[in-house]
Design a binder for this molecule. Structure first.
Ligand SMILES: CC(C)(COP(=O)(O)OP(=O)(O)OC[C@H]1O[C@@H](n2cnc3c(N)ncnc32)[C@H](O)[C@@H]1OP(=O)(O)O)[C@@H](O)C(=O)NCCC(=O)NCCS
Length: 351
């Protein structure tokens, strides 16, 4: 078995390298990647390494190199992501070997640190993070809400799609955050990014929205039995009233990712609710099923953002709203830098 840089020809020899995770009570999702290195298209500079057993590719890990702010300074860091090992090849040290190689590539590229995001209840990956001294520096909750038709809000919401303009508008709000990567490269074409915002007086609220469907496909693997008989009836009446979509087994779930929430001024929480109403209605028209938003519970604006993002009592009652907890892990490669856990930037490309 060798670990080496990815080559496009590896696509023809890949094994079962999908990712499986629970996206809500009883709803299991299978994440299929368009290509082994598909997600790396979100980043300007990215190393992908594969484990080759001679006949097949049995493991993969990528390291995106980013210019970010770290402890008050500009620095290079590597974001490690997309680690998967084929089920039949596990517990043979493949993930460990991939990690060693990716970390070395990060050092060679001058990275001051590496970071990664892992789902909290993923028992198989946690020992690996301990082995490589990746330390938890923040909790993340990824909230998943079903798209529902909404009454239009009271204010006009504007949508902006130019990467340069989005960066100009959003950057000033995050430039003091650790792990913030400034500039338009955060909005690659593969992610189809848009900024939705509303303003009133001195108040302003905005979020970015993107789609990862060019790089990966989420398929509902299992859905709770109690939801299945409801589906036909549900789908018939759903367009008439604001009911959430219930996924069917085997169905591709189309998701929009929401990120970079900005709230400024006393009216911002109300404006943000109107921004989300607008996004739900656009998503409904484009047959998007879920909106997914990573948030940090330690963010002082978290309660307002979460409250605005939630689609309400009905979805909660049907257990259609879900939360996937994860951890942000960090490891300095040169001298330790003081990271502010209260001021961490979450990059939507990382999810
Ligand atoms: C997590 C994963 C990448 C580990 O790959 P692997 O090649 O089996 O890992 P390694 O053989 O290098 O194991 C390293 C250590 O991690 C721990 N570990 C790995 N799998 C484990 C499991 N299922 N249960 C408990 N500990 C586990 C062990 O301590 C192991 O060392 P040991 O075998 O000497 O005891 C693999 O299980 C996988 O692909 N899972 C599904 C995808 C996924 O969860 N990816 C991570 C996303 S963040």
């Amino acid at each position: 078995m060798s670990v080496r840089p990815y080559e496009p020809q590896d696509e023809e020899r890949q094994s079962d390298l999908d990712l499986h995770f629970t996206a809500g009570p009883g709803v299991r999702v299978r994440r299929k990647y368009a290509q082994l290195a598909a997600h790396s298209r979100m980043h300007r500079r990215c190393h992908t390494f594969v484990a080759d057993d001679g006949s097949r590719i049995v493991g993969v890990l990528s390291a995106a190199i980013k210019d970010v702010r770290l402890g008050g300074y500009s620095a290079k860091v590597a974001y490690l992501f997309g680690l998967r090992v084929a089920p039949e090849a596990r517990r043979r040290g493949i993930a460990s070997a991939l990690h060693v190689r990716a970390e070395q590539a990060a050092r060679d590229d001058g990275a001051a640190a590496v970071y990664a995001i892992v789902i909290t209840d993923n028992a198989s990956v946690m020992p690996l993070t301990h082995r490589f001294a990746l330390q938890p520096i923040g909790r993340i909750e990824t909230l998943i809400v079903p798209v529902t038709r909404q009454r239009p809000g009271r204010v006009d919401v504007t949508t902006e799609r130019s990467a340069e303009t989005i960066a100009q508008r959003v950057d000033p709000f995050f430039e003091t955050c650790d792990l913030f990567a400034p500039g338009p490269e955060r909005y690659p074409a593969a992610g189809r990014f848009a900024l939705h915002f509303a303003a009133q007086g001195s108040s302003f609220a905005a979020v970015t929205q993107s789609s990862h469907s060019a790089v990966l496909q989420d398929i509902a693997e299992s859905v709770p039995a109690f939801l299945r008989p409801l589906r036909c009836f549900w789908d018939a009446i759903r367009p008439l009233i604001a009911l959430p979509h219930l996924p069917a087994r085997g169905e591709t779930i189309s998701t929009w990712w929401i990120g970079e929430p900005v709230l400024k001024g006393p009216e911002a929480p109300r404006l943000l609710r109107d921004v989300f109403r607008h996004i739900h209605n656009m998503a409904q028209e484009e047959n998007v099923h879920w909106l997914t938003m990573p948030m940090r519970p330690s963010d002082r604006q978290y309660p307002a953002i979460r409250e605005a993002f939630s689609v309400g009592r009905l979805a909660r009652l049907l257990r259609a709203e879900a939360c996937v907890p994860s951890l942000l892990l960090f490891k300095p490669l040169v001298e330790p830098r003081a990271i502010d856990p209260e001021q961490l930037y979450l990059d939507t490309r990382d999810f």
